[in-house]
Design a protein around this ligand. Sequence first.
Ligand code: ZN
Ligand code: ZN
Length: 716
Amino acid sequence: MPSLRETKPVSYGVPDQFLELERDYKRQAKAAKTKGKSGAGGQCGAQKAKGSSSAAEQDEKSGVDEDEVDQLASDYDLDDELLKLAENGARKKRSAARGSGKGEKGERARKDRLSALPDEILLQILNCTSSPASLLSLSIVSRRFHKLLTSPERDDVWEEARARAGLPGMTGGGFTESQLAELVYGTICFTCGKTALRMPDVFLRKRLCKSCRETHIVRLDTLDDSFGPKRLRQALRDCTLQSRQSPSQPKKLSKTHYGFLPHVQQELGRLLVLDQKDINDQEAEYAAAFAKQHQLALQGRGIAVARSPTDSSRSAYVFDFGRKEDEFGPRVKAYVAKRREKLAALEKESGALFEAIIRLDKEKEQHRSDPETGQPPARREDLERRVLADAETDFQKSDLVETWLTDRFVNLGSVVTDEEWPELRPRVLKVLDSVRKKRQSLELKLQQAARRDALKRYYEQLRQNQLSPAARTFFPLFADFLLFDSTRTLWEPKDAVVDESAYNAARDAMEDEINEWRVDVRFYALQQILGCTLDIPQDEELSSDQDAYDAYDDGFFDLLTSALVCSIKPCVCSAEKRPTFFGSLPDLLDHQHEIHGDLKPSMTELYTKKALTKQPKFRFSLPLEVANAVVALCELCELDEETATPGDVDEFFEDDETARLQWYNAPRETHKKKERDWRVIMCRIKRDVDEAASARTPHLIAPPALRLFASRPDSE
Ligand SMILES: [Zn+2]
Ligand SMILES: [Zn+2]
């Protein structure tokens, strides 16, 4: 039979492609399975290990995984005996419960001494013997221990153990003592329950396994657009608990800040809600104002915004009042401020704990004994015996610390023989000498610091006893006061004493130096100001005779062109959110007393030879760029730069409620933002000048160009 057309038989079999996919899938599944068995932490399951898994299981798990094992986590061999007892007890209890023989049960129960003890006595024992690490191990031995130890009332047991271990507390934000122990000494990832032996992130208060670190820790400075609008980015950072431990090197503090992704997302959610509320409010407010202005405009009293009443479309004003970079409304602002304050306290606590952990780690490293035998090196022990027995030296056991424990010559090599000893003795004593010297100089520095602290009281007294407010303003900061020769004699010498009589004896000399400082500070300020206005190079002496400048009186210092910028870092006037302070010399000095009163002099100021050559250092300046901007500002405000004061500019801005100043050629985009507060612009300039000067390739910034956005002056 001829067919109508030739047909190709249709195949309903399995396509090869599918088979290949299936094979592939099986291969992957197998690989994942073996990987899972070996514990090489692939994906994070939702496995909850806390409490349910036995210590033995955990030991098994902890044998593998993780690039680096943190020192402190291995601490839990400390109270081995106690742990063994408890484990035995738990095991026996379990098997006894399973077994049926009555007599046997009774016998075992008697043997299980630790578990048989009443809670109070057990806690007493734990209270004086345990380290946080062994408490932690005990808490997962049995249900009873877990319940006993992790109840909130038991925080005191943990607290004492923690204090014994030399760690500071960290209770902010509802963090409990047992959680802290889990953080520092635990072995389990807080999010997925897998083994996590590396040093935890103390700042984020999380112990995380490798894969959880990779998925949950984010750099806060490079958040992309999935984290909401850009203008909220800084607010988001501020609202997030920040870590300075880099995930790759948890024992170092990095400059980059990291956050825990779920935290960041939670905060983003909150901010977006608040921001929307702010926007709604503002739009409503603006709509009302717009309607009013529109009406006024119709009545012929023109106001800048309402000048084109034809353009009344919604988009026109939304655009104008739309938010710019770093701008947000009162709700967001208040939330950020509140949140940052709270987090700052937490971060401070974490910082202290971090330092303590690193310190303990180091100490452990130093006392590390021979890894094979667990004993201190025989060579060192032998040398210690010889040194202590040496009648010609006075080294004590207390001298056998620090470098002595790590010095290669002392610790490495074979035991010194009696023949070798006389020859090696000088070298050994040299090591001890340097240990002692180092300790003595450290002690001296500590004593000096204590004396400096003691001087603060007399400094305050001296300042309060000044006759006029101006004299209290023109007064050195405590940090500078400490550098005076007359003051130095009270804290620097080994045998110096700070007391009433020493202070009284030095007082006249101090007053003299303060008076000298007053002349110098004015002269320095003058140099800064005239250096900008008179085109004189700043390193050139203006005139050796300071009296020649008598004409530059208080009135001169009050001028806008004489305003100076605070150069103490970090100088932030938190109220105005300004990176530094800008104002007249007296205002600046007042500012420094108020904000930087607790400033500590740097080590170089205190101890280098350069510090001793009498060259007072002042902590303010007037960069040429700022001086130029001031002149430009006067022009824009139509003020005479020869007579204008900062108050005149303030008045100008008060008179024109819409006036805003812009630094339109600022090197960074955020600094081009229009500002009502003109001082903010000056501070930005100073900040960028400094940044450019201290950049890897130091450079100058372009002369600042300012633009003023003001309503058109009245036509009358
Ligand atoms: Zn994990
Ligand atoms: Zn300041």
